[in-house]
Design a binder for this molecule. Structure first.
Ligand code: SF4
Ligand code: SF4
Length: 475
């Protein structure tokens, strides 16, 4: 039997199948053990997180009263760490050429009828201008794995192009990267290109299922994929983003695996994941989500989000436009700190939205609203949409970032930065109604900056954004 060791660099030792199975058994045995559950909830209230066993017990618990307590705590922790701020981003699909055979993704190599596209640098420029004109400042670039069509040099060239475009008052200030697992050397190149977070979804932590779901291509190699974050960190990337595709395997197995991965990163590199994404499998070109029998309903999805929130309070959580408005609304309350808005999941989709029959999209978007509609909706719900990208530009990454988070000091930056970047958005891109709501929100929220000096400076900067056309202030 392979031994569990969170400090090991071998995939099967730090994501250990026997440890997960024992964890699930322990969780089942204790799902009605209210004394234990209360002690876990009390521990979570200390805001130092939970381990995979503790979180799994809460996930197995079905008692309504306890679940209410868990949800209330998740909401409180969300408020304490993230206030009412929601960071905005958009995905940018560069290429859907892919040599892998992932059975849940329409970009799989066997799909011969999907329209394959790869953006030229001119097309990247046009997409980025369209994104800047919407008001986006933070992108997540996406590309299939294809050493011939999408080599690392292509990705680096695109990153360079994206950062170089200054159109009107627009600028992309942070590029997060979601590309296939690669070598330390390539991660170093991405780091040197100034990327924000490197995001790689594990898809599933269950090795056997993983191999069946990825029957062909380099992604078939579970160990290489699972050990990617360690190589990324070795290559100098401080901020990494985890995620599983819920619906592929049993969600309880996935949650335990996900938290073990976070514990492993903390144990080896001294810093846990920067973000966790929670995608659910969705309909797409030749993909029918009903063929995957581990789908989770909205209630279970909400429970998972709440438990991740209390298990890793310092880790940002991301939800995409795969989810519709009502699911997103609940998820925001329970723990999500970043959402995409106005997204197109096809290659070149921001310049030319596609017809359904010639789609190059990776999945169907459930939330079809424009960024302005999403921004307005968030403010009506009482959230402050933030276009902040300050941390990585100020060198606040990795353990430096985490220690500021853990001491709560980061809040002194996040709140004024949210207000200043929202003011930029209102001046440059918002509709009149959105602007009206936003101006009132900023005036109100400025008063909530606790430190007088910071409040005064933020108010001055906001006036300069409004009246002098200045941009890009940050704490
Ligand atoms: S999930 Fe990624 S690697 Fe798999 S087929 Fe889709 S684009 Fe390719
Ligand atoms: S200050 Fe840092 S942590 Fe806060 S919103 Fe901006 S980038 Fe994120």
């Amino acid at each position: 039997m392979i031994k569990y060791d969170p400090k090991s660099l071998k995939a099967e030792e730090f994501i250990n199948d026997s440890e997960i199975n024992e964890t699930l058994k322990y969780a089942d045995e204790n799902k009605d053990n209210f004394e234990l559950i209360d002690s876990i909830i009390e521990k979570a209230k200390l805001r130092k997180g939970l381990d995979h066993r503790e979180a799994s017990v809460l996930l197995a618990c079905e008692d309504e009263g306890k679940l209410k307590e868990i949800y209330a705590l998740a909401e409180q922790i969300k408020k304490d760490f993230y206030g009412d701020r929601i960071v905005m981003f958009a995905p940018l699909y560069l290429s859907n050429y892919c040599v892998n055979g992932c059975v849940y993704c329409p970009y799989h190599a066997q799909n011969k009828h999907i329209c394959r596209k790869k953006l030229t640098q001119e097309e990247v420029k046009a997409e980025v201008i369209a994104l800047q004109d919407m008001g986006h400042k933070r992108l997540a670039i996406e590309a299939g794995e294809d050493p011939v069509n999408n080599p690392i040099e292509y990705i680096l060239e695109c990153i360079d192009t994206i950062y170089s475009i200054k159109h009107k008052n627009g600028a992309i200030r942070r590029v997060n990267v979601n590309i296939a697992a690669t070598t330390v050397e390539n991660y170093r190149k991405l780091h040197d290109a100034g990327i924000g977070t490197y995001i790689l979804f594990q898809e599933t932590y269950h090795k056997k299922s993983y191999e069946q779901l990825h029957p062909t291509g380099p992604k078939h190699n579970y160990d290489y994929h699972t050990e990617a974050m360690d190589r990324a960190m070795e290559g100098g990337i401080d901020d990494v983003g985890l995620g599983v595709l819920f619906g592929l395997e049993l969600y309880r197995y996935e949650l335990a695996g996900l938290l073990m991965h976070a514990e492993h990163l903390e144990a080896v590199h001294g810093v846990g994941p920067h973000t966790i994404s929670v995608p659910r499998i969705k309909r797409a070109d030749d993909i029918d989500p009903d063929t995957f029998d581990n789908g989770i309903d909205d209630e279970t999805f909400a429970k998972i989000i709440a438990i991740i929130r209390i298990a890793v309070p310092y880790t940002g959580m991301i939800i995409s436009t795969r989810e519709g408005k009502s699911v997103r609304e609940k998820a925001l309350r329970l723990g999500i700190s970043q959402i995409s808005g106005g997204s197109r999941t096809s290659v070149g989709g921001y310049v030319e939205p596609e017809d359904e029959d010639e789609s190059s999209a990776q999945f169907d978007v459930s939330d079809q609203r424009t960024l302005d509609e999403v921004v307005k909706w968030l403010m009506e719900l009482g959230y402050i949409p933030s276009f902040c990208t300050a941390c990585y530009r100020e060198g606040r990454t990795g353990d430096r970032f985490m220690s500021l988070c853990k001491s709560g000091q980061i809040q002194n930056c996040c709140h004024p930065n949210a207000l200043m970047t929202l003011q930029e958005y209102l001046m440059d891109y918002a509709s009149p109604e959105t602007r009206e709501i936003g101006e009132k929100m900023i005036a109100r929220e400025l008063l909530n900056i606790p430190k007088e000096k910071v409040r005064k400076i933020a108010a001055e900067y906001i006036e300069e954004i409004k009246n002098d056309g200045k941009r890009d202030f940050r704490f």
